[in-house]
Design a binder for this molecule. Sequence first.
Ligand code: NOJ
Length: 993
Amino acid sequence: MKTFSGLLCLALALAWPAFAAPAPATAKDTTTLSVVTLNLYHDKLDWPNRRTQIVQTLRELHPDAIALEEVLQHDKLPNQAQWLAEQLGYDWYFASVDTPGAAQRYGNALLTRRPILAREQIRLNPLDDSRTAGRLRLDVDGHAVNLYVTHLHWTQAGGALRERQLQDLLAWVEKTADGAPSLLAGDFNASADAPELAALRSGFGDSYGSLHGAKDRRADSTLNPKFNPPKRIDHVFFQRERFEPVSSRILFQKPDANGVWASDHFGLVSTFRLAPSATADAQRPWTDRALAPDRRAALLVQAMTQDEKFQMLHSYFGLGKDGGPLPPGALGSAGFVPAIERLGIAAQQLADAGVGVTNPGNVRPGDHATALPSGPATAATWNRDLAFAGGATMGREAWQQGFNVLLAGSVNLQRDPRNGRNFEYAGEDPLLAGVMVGESIRGVQSQRVVSTMKHFAMNDLETGRNTHSADIGEQAMHESDLLAFELALKIGEPGSVMCSYNRINGIYGCEHDYLLNKVLKQEWKFPGYVMSDWGGVHSGSKAALAGLDQQSAGEVFDKAVYFDQPLRLAVAGGTVPQARLDDMVRRILRAFIATGSFDHPPQRQPIDDVAGGAAVQKVVEEGTVLLRNERDTLPLPRTLRRIAVIGGHADKGVIGGGGSSMVGFTVNGANAVPGLAPTTWPGPVMFHPSSPLQALRKAMPDAQIDYASGDDVAAAAKLARGAEAVIVFATQWSAESVDLPDIKLPGKQDALIAAMAKANPRTVVVLETNGPVAMPWLQQVPAVLEAWYPGIRGGEALARLLLGEANPSGRLPVTWLRDVAQLPRPSIPGLGFKPAQPAGSNVDYDIEGANVGYRWFAARGLDPLYAFGHGLSYTRFDYANLSVQVDGSTVIASFDVRNSGEREGADVPQLYLRLPQGHHTPIRLVGWDKLTLKPGETRRVSIVAEPKTLADYDPAQRQWRIAAGDYELVLGRSATQAAASVPLRLQESVLPR
Ligand code: NOJ
């Protein structure tokens, strides 16, 4: 019977249309929540032998959630939380601990079988890095519930530290609880009369727990709200509002014959009932923050008129039509949807884009924002925290300028260095791009601003982007571009996905039933809404039924506002069911509720330029790639007295990309080099006012640092000859809507660099480019830095890198080719501003299929100039003692990294999988780490491979499957430079959805 109903559910799930509402319109009134708290400290628990018993017990209990304390993250053993979650079919979230130098890392984890609405973690006290807390916000039968977990051994901590941990925890709970009932599960190991417990109780309210006496080894469980344990206390639940205890039981332990409890590591299972909300407004039930977003959105939809629903389905161009006035209420940006004040629905104000908040044409006089480094710069840091911080910077500034949607999250793969929008993306590898963009989206939304993820999908060239068909097989698409989207979606949980202009296998991105309904909404369970790109809609009912939820600025960019009159007729005539219309509206509203934007609408205020600048500087310092450094030319000695800086407008600023993402107004002012062609769309060519020359002069006040533009090569050469070192800045502008004709540096820059190298052997080249460029002068210059587009602190950060105040740790997120002849499509019709040929109607991506970038080079035996993952440092790193453990689809590589040089620096050890002979893909990046080491310091590192990179996508079954076989795991400095490798045998397995 169980099997039958399981099968029936599966059949129903598959047959159910993508627009079926996932949540009931009414929530159960008698909702209960059962939670287990369990300490997994493995030494005492005897984990390898007891894990089966633990799983069995947990299976029988079938709790809503499990709070685990002292979970071993990795090394020696596969992650316990992940393993348990896989066995139980639960989702899991780990609040990790990064203890520098420790081989074993402990933390807390939360497992649940309920939908996760939000996940977050905090390090409680910077002085004691072994203490963390995690939070999940869950949807329990339509109710939003917060579950916190922590593990605090107060007995070991000093008074002041204790105080701070507690304050951190309570302040964090206060900030994040956000109107929903909250439960804290933890292992506290404290004296029952400890002031901390009393403080927690007053911060939360009631507590329910198990206790044991250290001396008399007595155990008990109590559900008395006035809980007052006599001696010591281990596992406790604290609750804030609305939980009523139902039952509680101690797990896994029995007293021995003498009544002594064998170990203090046991668990507790408790069940709570949710009491009705006291604060809910009966007239406006959707305002109750203790309800789950789906339910709140469904309640709102119920309250809306048909006109109000249609109002939500299309935005207006937020800059006005044909140069006319802005739509009433619009702040001035890419898009605007009017408010529905009657229901408390705020206007949707949509701002571009992914490298900062734009202010097109200074439509909002006085507004400025932080210009972030370009996407490849962030990707080149390989540092997830920096990607998050960049996203949080943009999100914060969007909110502070009144926007609740940021059109960020660009994750199209770099298949060709000539793509004019590569500067918005995150390189060629699906794992790296997916993780880094996912973190950036998470950062944006941490500021209660909805982020998009775009451009879905295969918008990998700008040439003919509105018409061309990107042709590619399903499996290849899933193992490349779609994997990047899938990972970014999982990590970032964007409220919205923007469908792309182009066609995919003949069908427009915004009416692609397979991509929008089947893959995005059904397979990936995306709960948010799909918005179109501006001018990407070609139909009403067809697009709506294919999964598009909101048409963007159709009155300006499309042939019709399809999602107004045409869709009204389609709904009235029954072509589009009313249920689908309601689903579209609910998805939109849900995104604003789930990100917190609905309850915390933006409030205009001055942005924090200092914090923004600091985030940018960090990205440039970690994302600039030292490509070449012969004879340790860099860093430049501070003893130099005469330096020549040449070209690239380095006296004024650093270049940025063009199009909708261009940030034109910053704290330092507008364009530093106005007037360069093209001055109109997708221009103007932008130089952010952050001058490397000025920064160098400031850093070396005693040196004479002269500048020549390079327009007069002879004059520049004279300057170079008279200097002790020369720094040439070279720029390549690129922009949305147009691809680059080739990979050459524009103008006469190649000749200028060659002339400087001839004039002075100590010539350093700094590239500010969209991506890889040809370097015909490479052998003549000893050092080259790739700075991408470095944003508003580019000048300062580059000066620090050149002078060794910062040590470069960027690694290429793309393969640096030698020649376009090495590309899958050496010649593409229609490239550039004045193409000799028209754009083609199809782009054949099946040539390389899933083998994008380094995979293509490996499959074809091609030799790159610099491999994917390459990047030098001012210090050296050695690797030793590589070992691997395999447990199902969990593959963990552990090894030692040693800084064997003389400077502190950060390294990016990379883990690649070599697939068995004859496999369609020869090599894949499966994981990496980034760590900073002092000179002489060694650290053991463990990298857990992303399971999907071990697997192939099976389009027939629509699942990821690991093929049994003999693989090789390679620890590398880049995709071509192996430091060590081990054989790896994998068993056949299907990855859980
Ligand atoms: C078109 C671009 O492709 C997209 O990225 C951008 O967000 C919209 N225009 C709005 O400006």
